[in-house]
Design a protein around this ligand. Sequence first.
Ligand code: ADP
Ligand code: MG
Length: 455
Amino acid sequence: MYNGEGELLYKVWEIAAERLKKRLHTETYAQWFQNIIPVKLDDDKIVLGVSDDFFADWLEDNYGDFLAESLAEVDGLNYGYSFETGHRQEIKNSVESAAKSKPKKADKPAPSATVPNGCLSRHNFDNFVVGEENRYAYTAAKTASENPGVYNPLYIYGGTGIGKTHLLQAVAHQVLSKNSRARIKYTTCEEFLNHYVDSLRTKSHSEFRSAVRDVDLLLVDDVHLLANKTQLQEEFFNTFNSLYNQNKQIILTSDKQPCEIEGLEARLVSRFESGVTTEISPPGFETRLAILKMMQEDHLVKLEDEILLFLASNISSSVRRLKGALLRLVAFASAMSESKITLERAEMLLHKLLEEENASKIISIDSIQRAVAEHFDIRLNDIMSPKRPKNIAEPRMVAMYLCRRMTHFSFPEIGSAFEKNHATVMNAMKKVPELCKKNESLRRSVSLLERQLQG
Ligand code: ADP
Ligand code: MG
């Protein structure tokens, strides 16, 4: 990029950012736009650097229209935009200085002294709403932070957007608040990989090892991403053993149980399972409502109870989406200076999100039953009927298990789709992983179905 082009890039983004700042609540801007990095201009399109797909999708879903409008008629042109993922904060700082953006307002005292690298300060235990679905995971995380080494490793798994990262980082804050000298390493599996690869490239392997091994607490987010990366698994295995042998606390999160991670070496599976493994499930209605009420406290615009009930009833797939929906309404209200968001307005603003939410509910049970029937070559009717021929007992359990893991339906709801009660589904949740441990072919079937259904 030659200089003039660079200047134009920053200029365009500066103008758009100013417009966004004016329209959005300060907090919304800070949360979603402040970290965006202008990467380049492709003709009349600006490429915006963000951290990951979630961020990009979320921005697109919730602020796509705001972004488009902010880029309209900049120097006589209507700029389009696209996202590029994988950008980190450090880069942003250098870009910011290059862009000679205005000096920042007096920021709060830098939290870096008290917040471990990569952790968000709001991801603490106080901000975590505890309900039936996450109580065990919460308690386990709390215990690990208060009595490191007791639950070792602690392995927290569950679907996306339901608080795994939040809990993991909460442990970091808690440990640090008790002991400001504690050496804590929080890393995502992806960062672990990048750091490792960089260390090979720059021949700084001992620095890398020291960064992940000379610590009192190692927190690794999304370890399912270790799958099929043989060399990384070897490194991880050694890191794990080194810390474990010194009785240093290790906490891992994942979207699956260790035995369900296809392409994870048996020795890692057994290490991961050797401590405490706890599932975190999507929060139920009461927890969702409590989360919304807690979030309200952070925002100047308060939504009516009716709206909160509406959100809590209709968005059940993940807390991330729930928060996203609330933020969208709050941002809209503050941008439009609307003191009251009506139900109609909320439905309109969240139209797309609600459609997706419903689609995921309608399709799932049925599509899971069909996929399982097809895979095991049995009739769909047999899966759904209360009869119990022996050859269908296992596939039926697998179908229930997948329904629970891949949809947002409750135990009773899933039970009734199979003309069974909730206890049968709960039993399947316990039985299927046990059977998978003993039966490699069943484990492969479950894993294959999972991937197939995820599309
Ligand atoms: P995961 O790692 O499971 O994908 P996150 O921990 O990133 O999910 O959670 C997504 C968002 O939802 C975060 O903003 C997090 O703070 C919030 N969140 C999740 N569970 C809770 C909870 N029980 N109470 C408050 N906030 C929550
Ligand atoms: Mg996470």
